[in-house]
Design a protein around this ligand. Structure first.
Ligand SMILES: [Zn+2]
Length: 250
């Protein structure tokens, strides 16, 4: 039984960079998307070390799922060359926190049926603080077949810098100077105005980020379907990435 997860600097940066690409303070809140990917690493007793995080796909603002498992053998083969294995998967919950949803539990149950040590990591970059890396780890209890029975793992990130500094560095790297705090403060303000039935003032520093909570509720749940055209490729940062093509939504 796995109890703790050690995330290397490489894997931490890879996950955050990918998550931020689809949910960041420069994107309108309603356009934030969840992302999902695979974790490469090693098992050592009751601990897992995550060496690499491989981006796979993005979904809707509130939903993402693994649409294709055929790429797994290729990723496993690539990992093996480095003496590693697939140790689980990660996905993002931009702004809605750390937990496993019903479908996350089903996905994780399937992962653990393939590999008993498989872990699930959930990333919410808006929650990053001095004491919060923004990534939590989970395993489900395989004996339990009903209910939301999963447990949280201890997560340790092997970096020297404070987490908010890493977040800021990655945002700046993408040309983003605004902070999540600004966007969230504005969303809360917009919510108060909505209660009063009046339109909120548009903050000049938040172009494109204005959105009433009611609108967010109305964002339809879209399940994107994907096919994998090519197997794997290295992106310009030198990270292994699954090449995907979106073939439509529905
Ligand atoms: Zn989820």
């Amino acid at each position: 039984m796995i109890r703790s997860v050690n995330i290397t600097k490489d894997a931490y940066y890879q996950m955050l960079r990918y998550v931020l690409k689809y949910a960041n303070p420069d994107k309108a809140y309603r356009q934030w998307r969840e992302v999902i990917g695979w974790l490469i690493g090693k098992v050592n007793g009751d601990s897992i070390t995550v060496l690499q995080a491989i981006p796979m796909t993005s979904g809707s603002s509130i939903f993402v799922q693994i649409a294709d498992y055929t790429i797994l053998p290729k990723i496993a083969e690539e990992a093996e060359k480095h003496g590693a294995i697939i140790v689980g998967w990660f996905h993002s919950h931009p702004s809605f926190g750390f937990f496993l949803s019903g479908i996350d539990i089903r996905t994780q149950r399937y992962q653990q049926s393939l590999f008993e040590n498989a872990i699930a990591l959930v990333c919410d970059p808006t929650k990053v603080s001095e004491t919060e890396p923004g990534i939590h780890g989970y395993q489900v209890n395989m004996e339990q077949t009903l209910g939301n029975d999963y447990r949280e793992l201890t997560v340790h990130v092997s970096i020297d810098e404070p987490y908010p500094k890493v977040l800021k560095t990655l945002l700046l790297e993408a040309g983003i100077t605004r902070s999540f705090a600004e966007v969230i403060a504005y969303e809360e303000l917009a919510g108060l105005f909505a209660l009063e039935g009046i339109a909120p003032p548009i903050s000049p520093s938040l172009k494109g980020a204005s959105l009433l909570p009611a609108e967010r509720e109305a964002v339809p749940e879209i399940i994107a379907s994907y096919i994998i055209r090519d197997s794997l490729e290295y992106n310009k940062e030198g990270y292994l990435q699954v090449k995907i093509s979106n073939v439509g939504e529905g």
